[in-house]
Design a protein around this ligand. Structure first.
Ligand code: ADP
Length: 402
């Protein structure tokens, strides 16, 4: 099956056109600066050079028209007719409590997505626009929604409830939701595969460390806890987000600095985390370079980043009551030898023994632990688009069989 995978943001759309039989992308690209007169579409067919198209792309409907046109283009395309797009899989950030798995998009699903806009005011509206635009251009093609939250939504109440008045949960659905679900699900399943064991018999911790970062505890195939919460702000230190802080600091800083609600929100989401601590960049490569050149603030920021992950790993081993595998993924998890080393340092007593040489030389999917390590340590490149395409295929095939 050939699936168009769409990830629609407020001013950008990332896409991949995936052949699920070969599990490869026939083409991938993105439209950036949607809404401006100089929007750019970057497109790369699997077997030809990348191209850039600049044009006036005023909204998501026009952006998707461009994407379909370039997929059909005689020079740069990979299909001859729109009907070769068998299905569309949409990444949707927030499924609320309603969706514990991927779904075929129906009128009812759209209604619930709109009801959930309050939970993800920045992300769900462009996701909805993307779905509507794809439906307009491909009215007969099945569309599916794959949620960042759904893998975590069935975690137990003792893990998802905050220590706040219970009425707030009932009134406003305030609880831990967790994000990056497709990535945590994909890499944990891959780990089980690489171990040659059944997913349902393992205790796995997955660290998704990209610009955003989260960690999940997966018990017998189910996420039982994760570090992001009601929003993606909670948990680990991130490129620009603060992660866990004392909640009293919010009003304290607002008072001291005279900040409005929206300014405080910007401080926590855009000027904190690694960029705030290091004063250098939100990009881990630049911080690692500065630390290697003896920049003390960069070194401390890195230590804080790795220490936070280590604390979560320890607490999730406690939550799981043991561990079979620890997985690193995302740009930093896949590439930072230092982060993996510092997270695993002195964790032998918890069954984690990192092999320095394997850690240093790991390419692609790789085991990083010593053979004596009770739990395996893996580096596994994530592939969220493939998960979206495969979920979409499963839903569409299931529909046809019914
Ligand atoms: P996103 O969350 O936007 O998908 P990525 O998963 O691509 O982000 O991760 C981006 C992060 O990965 C950046 O902080 C970048 O510096 C970091 N990164 C990429 N390559 C390396 C590397 N070789 N060493 C350390 N960090 C890296």
């Amino acid at each position: 099956m050939k699936v168009l995978v769409l990830n629609c943001g407020s001013s950008s759309i990332k896409y991949q056109f995936i052949d699920t039989d070969s599990r490869t992308a026939l083409a991938k690209g993105q439209v950036e600066r949607i809404g401006m007169s100089s929007a750019v579409l970057t497109h790369k067919p699997f077997d030809r050079e990348k191209i850039n198209i600049v044009g006036e792309i005023l909204d998501h409907t026009i952006a998707i028209e461009y994407v379909i046109a370039v997929l059909l283009s005689p020079n740069h395309g990979v299909i001859k007719d729109k009907s070769e797009i068998d299905a569309v899989g949409h990444r949707v950030v927030h499924g609320g409590e309603e969706f514990s798995g991927s779904v075929l998009i129906t009128d009812d699903v759209m209604r619930v997505l709109k009801e959930n806009i309050e939970l993800a005011p920045l992300h769900n509206p462009p996701n909805i626009k993307g779905i509507q635009a794809a439906q307009a251009h491909l009215p007969k093609t099945p569309q599916c929604g794959i949620f960042d939250t759904s893998f975590h939504v069935k975690m137990p109440p003792h893990a998802y409830l905050y220590g706040l008045p219970y009425e707030l949960y009932k009134r406003y659905k305030i609880r831990r939701y967790g994000f990056h679900g497709t990535s945590h699900r994909y890499v944990s399943k891959r780990a089980a595969n690489l171990m040659g064991k059944s997913y349902e018999e393992l205790k796995i911790i997955t660290c998704h460390l990209g610009n955003g970062a989260s960690i999940a505890a997966i018990d017998h195939g189910k996420s039982i806890d994760t570090s992001m919460g009601f929003t993606p702000l909670e948990g680990l230190l991130m490129g620009t987000r603060c992660g866990d802080i004392d909640p009293a600091l919010v009003t304290y800083i607002m008072g001291k600095e005279g900040l409005s609600l929206s300014e405080m929100n910007t401080l926590l989401n855009k000027h904190s985390g690694m960029v705030g601590l290091s004063g250098i960049s939100s990009d881990m490569r630049e911080i690692e370079e500065a630390a290697a050149e003896s920049n003390k603030r960069a070194r401390t920021a890195l230590k804080a980043y790795n220490y936070r992950i280590k604390k979560y790993v320890g607490s999730y081993i406690a939550a799981l009551g043991g561990l079979d595998a620890l997985v690193f993924t995302g740009g930093i998890g896949e590439n930072s030898v230092l982060t993996r080393k510092e997270v695993c340092e002195n964790m032998e007593y918890l069954g984690l023994e990192l092999d320095d040489e394997l850690n240093q030389n790991a390419i692609g999917e790789a085991v990083l632990s010593k053979s004596s390590s009770r739990a395996k340590i893996f580096k596994i490149p994530t592939n969220e688009e493939l998960v979206i395409a495969l979920d979409t295929e499963q839903i569409v095939k299931g529909q046809k069989e019914n």
